[in-house]
Design a protein around this ligand. Structure first.
Ligand SMILES: NC(=O)C1=CN([C@@H]2O[C@H](COP(=O)(O)OP(=O)(O)OC[C@H]3O[C@@H](n4cnc5c(N)ncnc54)[C@H](O)[C@@H]3O)[C@@H](O)[C@H]2O)C=CC1
Length: 483
């Protein structure tokens, strides 16, 4: 099986190759097979991408918002027409089951392009009267934006960063994760086929060094990263030293709180969505599942039953609902956490092992009787490992849920809606859910507090992070000066 991309990079409206860069093998996680190779961007490639972006941005920003929006919505429609092919590619890039990718990934990318394409013509300023004088404001683009992606949602991340950036009149240089280099190239190709001027959306491949070179370049005005907290701290401080704008979408260890009065079936469904979708490789996952004592046995019993229904297998088979980990390295990291859970005294309810087959497959794993101090309750695992913790009172669970450096998401299951709102109001998290988990429509702001990030993606909020306001004071009379 070979899925060799046309070339490694997409710059100035076309595919560009430079085989002098470090080779990066593309591995299909379901078999471990190498299906292609791309080459990390050299200094020359980075230079070409930034120069193209700088030139393209001027042309793009000079167009009206309506013209920009029309190209973006055309690209959204093209993505939906090609959803099958893009979803198969996403499955090869990440190993996620086709059942998921056909429903979520390209679709969510198209949603972002359609939504921000629609907003592009509405980005106006204010008129502020001051007696006979007045001030008006203009919403201006930032310039050249750099997007740096993680490996779990390569198409979605390329679009979630690209769409608001383009709507505001910026150009983008996007660096996908070295683990999943293929999908962003297709996004760039489709955008240009839809009419995007050359250089407005570029893709360059590479590891952290390429990301760092982009972040430190004076031509770059904004950096948006999706990645881990340690990388986020490095990128944020590099950007700060140049006074650049940032959006940081980082990791989490989010609480999912299930009260005694919750509907068991829905609570189990929420916990499955918040722990095992994409084999648990989702930043907003609710991996600390706090279950009130009265519902614990019913919850664990139903959870175990429903996990038996997971169809683990070939991700390209439409019946498969649970696929491999993205890489051997990530599988090893997660196996390490599974071993730690047992060592530190958590009770293994199910799973805990690598599957005896080719590819990087792990069993969906649940630990019960987990306590707050255990490693599996404190660190982000980024794999299919659910920790179930007991609690007794509302006050106690709020305090324990907030006792973490992270603050990406939080969820509450209860049939008492007053309690649902009261508890959510006290949880330190950016993206929250009541009687649901992990819904991320483009209309809703997405992002974290505390170490989980800065800024918001999606919704009208994202516009504030990809544009800046110019204010213009207009005097109608004479200027009075002291001398
Ligand atoms: N909050 C969110 O929206 C999401 C957060 N994540 C987080 O991402 C992590 C998993 O993804 P990984 O790709 O392993 O994360 P990572 O932090 O290792 O890498 C993220 C990206 O940053 C690049 N990078 C690494 N060092 C850099 C540097 N010094 N300067 C510039 N760029 C650099 C990498 O090449 C990659 O493209 C998890 O911890 C997860 O929580 C993942 C998805 C969504």
């Amino acid at each position: 099986m070979q899925l060799q991309p046309t070339a490694s990079h997409f710059i100035g409206g076309e595919y560009v190759e430079d085989k002098t860069g470090t080779p990066i093998e593309i591995v299909y996680p379901a078999t471990g097979e190498v299906i292609g190779t791309v080459y990390a961007a050299t200094t020359d490639i980075i230079e070409r991408a930034l120069e193209s972006a700088k030139a393209g941005q001027k042309i793009w920003a000079a167009m009206s918002g309506r013209e920009r929006g029309r190209i973006m919505t055309r690209a959204a429609a093209m993505i939906m027409e090609r959803n099958h092919d893009l979803s198969v590619l996403e499955t090869y890039d990440t190993g996620k089951p086709y059942q998921e990718t056909i429903a979520v990934d390209a679709t969510s990318g198209a949603d972002a392009l359609e939504y921000f394409g629609g907003l592009a013509a509405t980005l106006t300023g204010e008129h502020i009267p001051l007696g006979e004088d007045w001030v008006y404001t203009v919403r201006e683009p930032l310039g050249v934006c750099v997007g740096i992606g993680a490996w779990n949602y390569p198409t979605q991340i390329a679009c979630w960063k690209g769409a608001p950036a383009l709507a505001c009149g910026n150009a983008m240089v996007f660096k996908p994760s070295e683990t999943t280099p293929m999908c962003a190239l297709k996004v760039a190709e489709i955008l240009h086929e839809a009419g995007l001027p050359a250089g407005v959306y570029n893709v360059v491949q590479g590891m952290g060094e390429v990301g760092a070179a982009l972040v430190n370049d004076p031509r770059v005005d904004k950096v948006s990263l999706t990645g881990s907290v340690p990388t986020g701290k490095k990128v944020y401080s590099a950007a700060a030293s140049h006074m650049k704008h940032v959006t940081m979408e980082l990791g989490g260890k989010s609480p999912l709180i299930i009260f005694d009065d919750a509907d068991v079936e829905n609570a189990v469904g929420g916990a499955i969505l918040g722990n095992f979708y994409s084999s648990g490789q989702v930043c907003s996952n609710g991996t600390r599942v706090f279950v009130q004592k009265g519902i614990k046995e019913a919850f664990l019993a139903r959870l175990s039953e429903r996990l038996e229904g997971a169809v683990i297998g070939d991700p390209l088979d439409e019946a498969t609902s649970f696929g491999p980990m993205v890489s051997e390295r990530q599988m090893e990291i997660v196996l390490g956490y599974m071993a730690k859970g047992s060592e530190e005294g958590a009770r293994l309810v199910c799973g805990g092992n690598r599957l005896d087959r080719e590819g990087f497959y792990l069993e969906p794993t649940v630990f019960a009787d987990v306590t707050d101090g255990m490693t599996i309750a404190r660190e982000e695992i980024f794999g299919p490992v659910m920790s179930v913790l007991d609690f007794e009172t509302e006050e106690e669970v709020i305090e324990r849920a907030n006792a973490t450096e992270f603050g990406l998401s939080a969820g509450v299951f209860t049939s008492d809606l007053s309690r649902g709102h009261r508890v959510i109001g006290k949880l330190e998290a950016g993206s929250c859910f009541i009687n649901s988990y992990n819904d991320a429509p483009v209309e809703a702001p997405f992002g974290g507090v505390k170490n989980s990030g800065v800024g918001r993606e999606n919704s009208k909020e994202a516009i504030n992070h990809y544009s800046q306001v110019k204010s213009v004071y207009v005097r109608m009379g004479d200027v009075e000066a002291p001398f």
